[in-house]
Design a binder for this molecule. Structure first.
Ligand code: ACO
Length: 324
């Protein structure tokens, strides 16, 4: 039985098209100044019409496999976190598996909104620890632009598209030190997409479409409170002190939420990986995108301790403590 999993490689992908705040000023009644000061976002990437969640996931996955020194043929588990799957079914994990031309290993996707990647990572970690996977591909991928109401200024300025991936392999030492997941469906009405298959489908078909619906300031307050508790829980459960954290890699929803989490840890902002200014909120893709960015630009080194933390629709929230 393998005792631990480790991150053997990371990869990510962003669509070519960049949508700046200045361009959004032409679409809705907003301003670059409002978006930057309230959220920290300056631009975001938007998928081309022929790009999908699984096509972006494929780019990220191939890059992560290459970085890990593995090939698609080595992969024996695929878990994709996404809220914006290509299709209702087959699931996006299976579509990614087909794109990688591998056949037979379990491949599935799970939806936990912005927490999708951390939930997927936690699940894949267990497979590797139990000896049921030796090369697990974990992906967060989103095409949020397709469920964004581009006439709603309160939400359309926030979101972007992209994908990030990691490869987990067995190790004698952590690796993934611990993951901590939570959900609470009481908060459903604060952040949701109003159409699905068994509910709201008729409205979707009739074209009466709205987009992501959010009570932003309520979500903001709850996120700050919850992430503060989550940091305490993660440190306590793993016997880690604040000053042992080398990098905070938070979900990239809002710079002000990230700053409050960094304050809680007593971490200066130069120890926080920030991509929100360039990517916007890419939901499940945001943490693996940020992780890959900081690995590839040389900030994150082997042996360092990373704290990943997320909060999103559901509400769902969670953390992963990693020795990289
Ligand atoms: N441009 C200009 N003005 C705007 C815009 C805009 N794009 N959007 C809203 N406003 C206006 C509002 O209409 C309101 O005007 P009023 O005072 O005249 O009524 C004013 O700005 C303030 O609106 P608030 O919603 O109170 O603004 P707030 O400071 O809370 O910022 C924001 C909004 C950025 C959405 C913030 O609340 C936030 O980031 N919330 C958390 C988002 C988040 O973390 N989501 C979780 C993950 S998402 C997921 O899971 C898919």
């Amino acid at each position: 039985m393998n005792r631990y999993s480790r991150v053997a490689g990371t990869g990510s992908y962003l669509p070519d098209k960049v949508l700046t705040n200045a361009e959004l000023e032409k679409l809705v009644d907003t301003s670059d100044e409002w978006i930057r000061t309230r959220t920290g976002i300056e631009r975001r990437h938007i998928a081309a019409p022929d790009e999908t969640c699984s096509s972006m996931a494929e780019h990220a996955a191939r890059r992560a496999l290459k970085a890990a020194g593995q090939t698609p043929a080595d992969v024996d588990l695929i878990v994709v976190g996404t809220t914006t799957p290509d299709l209702v079914f087959p699931n996006t994990g299976t579509l990614l598996q087909q794109r990688l031309d591998i056949h037979g290993c379990p491949a599935f996707s799970l939806e936990a909104a912005c927490s999708g990647f951390v939930f997927a990572l936690s699940m894949a970690d267990k497979y590797v620890r139990l000896g049921e996977a030796k090369c697990a591909l974990v992906v967060g991928a989103e095409c949020l632009s397709r469920i964004t109401d581009w006439s709603d200024r309160s939400t359309c300025v926030l979101f972007g598209d992209g994908a990030g991936a990691v490869v987990l392999t067995p190790a004698d030492e952590p690796g993934i030190i611990g993951t901590h997941l939570h959900s609470d469906g009481r908060y459903k009405d604060l952040l949701f997409f109003p159409y699905g298959v068994s509910s709201g489908f008729d409205k979707l078909r009739s074209g009466a479409v709205a987009g992501i619906t959010m009570l932003g300031n309520e979500v903001f307050r709850t996120a700050v409170r919850t992430l503060s508790r989550l940091v305490d829980e993660t440190l306590a459960k793993n016997g880690i002190e604040r000053d042992q954290i080398d990098w905070l890699i938070p979900h990239q929803a809002n710079l002000r939420i990230i700053q409050s989490a960094a304050d809680k840890l007593g971490l200066p902002m130069d120890k926080v990986v920030l991509t929100v200014q360039d990517h916007g909120n890419t939901s499940a893709a945001s943490i693996p995108l940020a992780l890959d960015t900081a690995v590839r630009d040389g900030r994150i080194h082997r042996g360092q301790t990373l704290l990943l933390e997320t909060f999103g629709g559901g509400f769902t929230w969670g953390s992963a403590l990693i020795r990289y």
